[in-house]
Design a binder for this molecule. Structure first.
Ligand SMILES: [Zn+2]
Length: 399
């Protein structure tokens, strides 16, 4: 992948230009405010090339002057920084019961968020809901429509024709065989990137969460079901058909709970939002949102606490499997549950002894809670688009 990429960059002037532009933008993002000479030194581009790129980016409204460096001899250097409203990306998460949206600007600031309950998961209806959210996000944030780089739509998998498509409670009804990417692109009339919610959530932690310094880690994503995002040395693992990470249907209890996929003992039947909903229903309690779970948790409601305690065993088992399979720096848990529930699990869970993760030189926890909260996959959707502006490496893998 790296070799092919470098050859393409070396042999294609258009790609070289794009690559250099990303290098400059990435350096400004990391070091701003910053002058031309410093960018040239760091990117190994000529000062002239940097000047040309900066003039172009300034003309297009991506960068602006923020003053002059006062120290040193000679003419003080002009300093540049990213212009927050120069570009933005909309992250959209489609869940079976709701659509979540977050508009994030060029400096990573959230400019708009919203959550719309879904009356139906009919694809045309969902696409129209997303389109209305796009229009509202732009008008409420004051970001010009031409500044919207694209929309990162994240959904539960699996995508395409697989045996699991219609089976899980966590899958979206009515989307079997639908080309979701084409549907959203046609409706929204902007570039659309489609991604699994678990992979997007893992990316959100790398961009703005607990995985900032990490190249290799796992993210167990609690949406309606349970998914897995694996970052391996800076690349997301996708599988041959883009469906890697269907952790919810890994059997953790042979002969255990019946799952809609046809197997028994799937992880999803023990630790997902669907499973807690069912469990609470049997105790006469209906929950409709993460806030409802928070209220029950604050009361230490016995049925919820029983479920949480029972869930630690299959969760710990899954963590042991991942540690031995993937050798990650850490495993992050996060998603649709309130942070307090994840913290409770991390506090109570007895992790399996004797896995690869039991290293004497370990300096970070084996399991961490994600920092992006309940909208982690939504923010990850925006990150898929924004990252493409800056980081050639992640962008190449995300496309
Ligand atoms: Zn299953």
């Amino acid at each position: 992948m790296n070799v092919q990429q470098n050859q393409a960059i070396g042999s294609n002037p258009g790609r070289t230009r794009l690559h250099n532009r990303r290098l400059v933008l990435e350096h400004v993002r990391a070091q701003q405010p910053v002058g031309r000479a410093q960018i040239a030194r760091a990117t190994r581009l000529s000062t002239q090339a940097v000047s040309n790129i900066i003039a172009e980016l300034e003309g297009e409204g991506w960068l602006h002057e923020t003053g002059r460096a006062s120290n040193g001899r000679g003419l003080p250097a002009v300093l540049y920084a990213l212009k927050a409203s120069g570009a933005a990306a909309l992250g959209v998460e489609v869940r079976p019961d709701a659509v979540l949206a977050a508009l994030v600007d060029l400096i990573g600031k959230t400019r708009f968020t919203d959550r719309v309950e879904l009356q139906s998961t009919d694809p045309a209806h969902v696409a129209e809901v997303v389109n209305q959210l796009k229009i509202e996000a732009l008008s409420k944030s004051g970001i010009a429509a031409r500044r919207l780089l694209g929309v990162g739509v994240v959904m539960p998998g699996p995508f395409g024709q697989v045996g699991l498509s219609d089976a899980g409670q966590s899958a979206l009804p009515g989307w079997h065989g639908v080309d979701a990417q084409a549907l959203f692109a046609d409706t929204l009339k902007v570039p659309v990137v489609l991604e699994h919610d678990s992979i997007a959530a893992a990316l959100a932690e790398r961009v703005g969460g607990v995985a900032k310094e990490l190249g290799t880690y796992c993210f167990i994503y609690f949406g309606t079901g349970v998914g897995l995002g694996v970052m391996n040395n800076g690349y997301m693992i996708r599988g041959a058909f883009g469906n890697a990470g269907e952790l919810g249907h890994v059997v953790v209890q042979p002969g255990g709970n019946a799952c809609a996929c046809g197997n028994r003992g799937c992880l999803e039947t023990y630790i997902s939002r669907f499973s807690v909903q069912q469990h609470l229903q049997r105790h006469g309690i209906d929950i409709h949102s993460g806030d409802d779970l928070q209220v029950l948790f604050d009361q230490r409601q016995p049925a919820l606490m029983h479920w949480l305690n029972e869930a630690t065993t299959p969760l710990s088992h899954a963590i042991g499997i991942l540690e031995n399979l993937m050798d990650p720096a850490t495993i992050i848990i996060g998603g649709a549950f309130p942070d307090d529930l994840f913290d409770y699990w991390i506090d109570k869970m007895v992790l399996p002894p004797g896995t690869l993760a039991e290293r004497p030189d370990r300096h970070i926890a084996r399991v961490m809670r994600g920092a992006s909260g309940r909208m982690s996959a939504t923010y990850g959707g925006a990150a898929l688009i924004i990252n493409d502006v800056f980081t050639p490496r992640i962008a190449a893998e995300a496309s």
